[in-house]
Ligand binder design. Structure first.
Ligand code: PLP
Length: 370
């Protein structure tokens, strides 16, 4: 009898049914290529963050202080918020999983918007909770749809503002209306991973709503504009009751010292943040305009990526475009997993990469299907 015939350990059955998150591809045929598939900062991170990270290497033998006091203090100063209401985490994804772990069990449900960020559903399924998808209006989340989707089983409501992969956002008035329409014992999670990129009159971070409510969690990350995705560091802002819950379910040293030090330094480098913002604003607009001019639909985005829709015509599909872009050395993100098989999500890269993508798509549009 071989080892293989003996029964293997089995996890809880629903664990095998939870989808596995698939990150952006990084290589083409084993070769490093221009990666525009994960919404990373094309300029890397602040040199100040790198220095702080290197300095932290001196003390790697020591455990972190468990509450991430270094980083909570830096965040409180940078954002003018209360350090006692902050919980730091290994990327903001960790907060999403912690909330699921703490608030969901079999028979419970979450609401997310139809094309909301994938992690919400994965976190819910790991806890055997149901996912209710609130339909969107032309790829924009709808507050009415969220409110109509409410059932007594719902414990968590997730909204990414702005949203990945669509790039759409809800004005502050709509976020307030969503919160006002939810029962006080349902947690509203507002995921602001791209908040630093948005510059719209009617947009406001929901950080300021937290202090007036017991049931709001705002999540933020250092992975996007701060360019620290590889370090895994994020945070959330919430009520003292939810802070207490998160501190009970997280692992005791979930934010490493080098990550805290680098993130704290990144917050201070206003010049780097502004340069990243400015570059993005210019190229987000250029990519949107020039790709639209090729006859493709580009959904309005306020993030550091565009969502481009391709026709179903043989030779001109999203899949064909993806293949063509790969042949030119560009990796973008197919959206089949999101139920958007005709779309590609393309991160805003450096100028030469944005130009390269525009040129490649121009050639693709001219060549294919003819
Ligand atoms: C990138 C992203 C995150 C952040 O993930 P990290 O775990 O902080 O790297 C969270 N939410 C959305 C919508 C994102 O796109």
């Amino acid at each position: 009898m071989t080892v293989d015939e003996k029964p293997a350990p089995r996890a809880k059955p629903w664990i095998y049914e939870a989808p596995v998150y698939k990150g952006g591809q990084a290589e083409i045929d084993g070769q490093r290529a221009v990666k525009l598939s994960s919404n990373e900062n094309p300029f890397g991170c602040s040199p100040m963050a790198k220095e702080a990270y290197a300095r932290a290497a001196e003390d790697l033998a020591l455990y972190p202080e468990g509450s991430a006091a270094i980083l909570r203090k830096a965040i409180a100063e940078a954002h003018g918020v209360d350090p006692e209401r902050i919980v730091c985490s290994a990327g903001s994804d960790e907060v999403l999983f912690l909330l699921a772990r703490a608030y969901l069990t079999e028979g419970d449900a979450i609401i997310k918007s139809e094309y909301g960020f994938a992690i919400y559903g994965i976190a819910a399924r790991q806890m055997k909770a149901e996912i209710i998808n609130a339909p969107e209006d032309d790829l924009v989340p709808s507050v009415d749809a969220f409110l109509q989707a409410m059932t007594p089983e719902v414990r968590l409501v997730f909204v990414a503002n702005p949203n990945n992969p669509t790039g759409a956002y809800l004005p502050f008035s709509e976020i307030k209306r969503l919160h006002a329409g939810l029962p006080s014992d349902v947690v509203l999670v507002i995921d602001e991973a791209y908040a630093e990129y948005i510059d719209q009159e009617d947009y406001e971070t929901a950080l300021e709503l937290v202090e007036g409510a017991a049931n709001i969690v705002v999540t933020r990350t250092f992975s996007k504009i701060h360019g620290l995705a590889g370090l895994r560091i994020g945070w959330c802002y919430t009520s003292p009751e939810i802070v207490d819950v998160l501190n009970r379910v997280r692992s005791p040293f979930n934010a490493s010292v080098p990550a805290q030090q680098a993130a704290a330094a990144a917050l201070k480098d206003k010049e780097f943040i502004h340069a990243s913002f400015k570059h993005n604003a210019i190229w987000l607009r250029t990519m949107t305009e020039e790709i639209s001019a090729l006859g493709l639909r580009v959904y309005p985005s306020v993030c550091n990526f565009v969502l481009v829709e391709f026709p179903e015509t043989l030779g001109k599909t999203a899949l064909d475009a993806d293949r063509y872009l790969q042949s030119k050395g560009f990796i973008v993100r197919p959206m089949t997993g999101y139920g958007l098989p005709n779309c590609l999500r393309i991160s805003i890269g450096k100028e030469e990469h944005c130009r390269g993508v525009i040129n490649a798509l121009t050639e693709f549009q001219q060549a294919s299907g003819s």
